[in-house]
Design a protein around this ligand. Structure first.
Ligand SMILES: *Cc1c(COP(=O)(O)O)cnc(C)c1O
Length: 399
């Protein structure tokens, strides 16, 4: 007889469907939703032991909950990291992963091209508490080398970046950071856990918005922080316990179901995105088409070293500025105008007036977010229908 395999030895698809499942006394097939804020104890001694940390068991859902714990264990198995902690949103994950380890006098270095709210934390919130922040052009290796100095405590990177799809050389940045004793936090939302494993390149902490591909069906908000046991013990554990950015058990259940189909969905989205990107680039009707999976992406070689595929997001510039960009959005018949991404439904966004509107115009232009720029999150529809939708909309704006 062979030994029973550990979940960490299962292949990816099996971990996504079964990892972390804990059955109750009823033997349910689908994971149960433990919609409870607290837990009761058979004896006062048991409560005392759990609070003293000498006995295992749940005490209060701000700290942990069985449904949330199942999601966390499945995420840890997926990422191949020792600890996963779920949060209410992706932004709660980013904020906690940074703030838990920082104090006044520390310096943070981050890539310039970031999700709008991540930029707000770096530009506006951290400096209020005496933390120095410096932004770097993500593609410029020399700029990283100049910015990461002995006082640097943490480096924050998003790759590919939203919405410019700039790619950061993770191995190089991690090497520079570790040489000065800094930790590296990677926002891996655009790549998804399936296409890129930041820890393979040296990252210390990985954060996700579960709202994007992990749910992937536009239903629930959520986030996740993955890290080493040491980082959890030294920084994250007490911070999360006492500040409470906790995920609801119901949302954890929705995201658990999302993980079961994540591989199928991300694979199809990437295939669809590659076809749509080729159509848009070959149509010759756009001023710029950016997709990391295409050879004409300025950092295609680096993207393909770090990522298993080009991802599900395409960024384009429409000839003619905001007015033309809006006309294209308004002419779409299948693709929705929306600001989410990673969804089963294809969604198109005008970043300058929505997700990135809080950035000053000069900062937006420096990043390459123009009035003409649109971000397209490619979903699970038939790629040919998406191509025909974009084709008719492009015909209408040039008419
Ligand atoms: C959406 C997103 C976030 C924030 O996630 P929420 O779940 O909306 O809070 C952070 N980073 C990136 C790259 C994102 O796309």
């Amino acid at each position: 007889m062979t030994d029973k395999k550990k979940p960490s030895e299962w292949r990816l698809a099996t971990r996504l469907v079964r990892g972390g499942t804990k059955r109750s006394e009823f033997g349910e097939t689908s994971e149960a939703i433990f919609m409870t804020s607290g837990f009761r104890y058979d004896a006062a001694e048991i409560a005392a032991d759990r609070f003293a940390g000498v006995a295992e068991g749940f005490t209060y859902s701000r700290l942990s909950n069985p449904t949330v714990a199942m999601f966390e264990e499945r995420m840890a198995l997926l990422e191949g990291m020792p600890v996963a902690k779920a949060t209410a949103t992706g932004m709660a994950a980013v904020n906690a992963a940074l703030t838990c380890q920082l104090r006044a006098g520390d310096k943070v270095v981050a890539s310039k091209a970031l999700f709008g709210s991540c930029r707000y934390i770096i530009d506006e919130i951290l400096p209020r508490y005496g933390i120095t922040t410096e932004l770097v052009t993500g593609a410029d290796d020399d700029a990283w080398a100049r910015a990461i100095t002995p006082g640097t405590k943490t480096v924050f990177v998003e790759t590919p970046a939203n919405p410019t799809l700039d790619v950061v050389d993770l191995a190089k940045v991690c090497e520079l950071a570790h040489a000065v004793g800094a930790t590296v936090v990677v926002d891996n939302v655009f790549a998804t856990p399936l296409l890129q494993r930041p820890t393979d390149f040296g990252a210390d902490v990985v954060v996700y918005s579960g709202t994007k591909h992990i749910d992937g069906q536009g239903r629930a908000l959520g986030g996740c922080i993955l890290c080493s046991r040491q980082f959890f013990d030294d920084h994250l554990n007490q911070y999360l316990r006492h500040t409470g950015p906790t995920m609801s058990p119901f949302n954890a259940w929705v995201l658990l179901k999302g993980l079961e189909t994540l591989e199928l969905r991300v694979t199809r989205m990437c295939e669809n995105a590659a076809r749509v990107a080729d159509f848009l680039a070959e149509s010759g009707r756009l001023a710029r088409v950016l997709y990391p999976g295409r050879k004409d992406h300025p950092q295609h070689a680096l993207a393909m070293r770090q990522m298993a595929a080009g991802g599900s997001v395409i960024t384009v510039d429409v000839p003619g500025g905001r007015e033309a960009a809006f006309r294209l959005l308004n002419a779409l018949q299948i693709i929705d105008i929306s600001n989410n991404l990673g969804d089963a439904k294809s969604l198109a966004t005008h970043p300058a007036s929505t997700t990135h509107r809080s950035l000053a115009e000069a900062a937006r232009l420096e990043l390459g977010i123009l009035e003409a720029t649109l971000r397209l999150s490619v979903g699970l529809e038939d790629a040919q229908d998406l191509i025909e939708d974009l084709d008719q909309a492009l015909c209408r704006i040039s008419a």
